[in-house]
Design a protein around this ligand. Sequence first.
Ligand code: SAM
Ligand code: SF4
Length: 339
Amino acid sequence: MSASENTTPARQLVDRFGRVHNNLRISVTDRCNIRCFYCMPADNVQFMPRAELLSFEEIERVVRIGTTLGIDRVRLTGGEPLVRRELHRLVERLSRVPGIVDIGLTTNAVLLGEQAQQLRDAGLKRLNISLDALDPEVFKQVTRRDSYDKVIAGIAAARAAGFSPIKINAVSVKGLTEDQLIPFAELARETDTEVRFIEFMPLDADGQWDREKVLFADEIVALLQAEFGPLAPVPAANPNAPASDFRFADGRGKIGMIASVSKPFCSTCNRFRLTAEGKLRNCLFSLEEVDIRGLLRNGGADEEVAEAMVASIAAKNEGHQINSSTFVQPDRPMYSIGG
Ligand code: SAM
Ligand code: SF4
């Protein structure tokens, strides 16, 4: 463990509920090369003008300031982060920031075939690949694009570049992806792949989310148990991890559930977000944001940026309200927030 991992900063990002925030998710673009129905509109997407996006220099500055408040891990996301030109240069920059011990990336893997090795060489440590179906037809139904083969090539390239284990996140949707569960479980059991199923959340662009469309974690576990026998919960190694893992009865492989809707993990949340155009969001479901691009571009001091982070975390609510009748879906869909 490096010295930086042991150092508790003088100030930390602690909210009103005692949660310490050390994990910043950074969206590098709202653009994407596919169109998952639970995230983006099918067509005519209005993307942010490029001049509005934070530059790599600006992102690095935010991260450096964040480390003085205890941020020690970051994850790059989007939109599709790999469509941002020269992304590996940002990874290189961030991996040199003192105090940052972990850099992750969440990607749809369409462009991973071309970039996996470059990203690994730049210092990327962890990669989460989003893939909702192993059947190319179901993949196409979800993504409204024909990129399945590129994704599979991207996963192979990630393996060849040394990312291990390969982590796959699959959004589960009732009436659409049930028959993908067993093939994914088999993949997890037979290869060096960790698979986690994510409940469909109300963050789509078309307002199509409906409770009836959520394939709940308990239902997924029941479906898998019917095929493979009892699943045993694995004690969480990291208390802040959103996934609950289960081991198969015969000891071969494990499988994870991210039950954001049915079993919210808000009480252990240590994450906040920076959107591609420089707004801090203290929660995926937040209805308010704190702008820092103005500070970054108009001569704001580091301390002012730090104060903006403190203010964002101070305003964080106890949890999301998806299960309440008063729930209000944020104006920004997932691709524009940074998932
Ligand atoms: N484009 C990259 C990707 O798909 O991995 C990164 C951004 S994407 C918004 C991040 C994650 O959010 C993906 O795993 C995606 O499946 C998930 N996601 C998007 N919309 C969602 C929704 N409405 N409910 C649950 N997960 C969602
Ligand atoms: Fe693109 Fe990721 Fe959203 Fe799918 S989930 S449309 S890959 S940003």
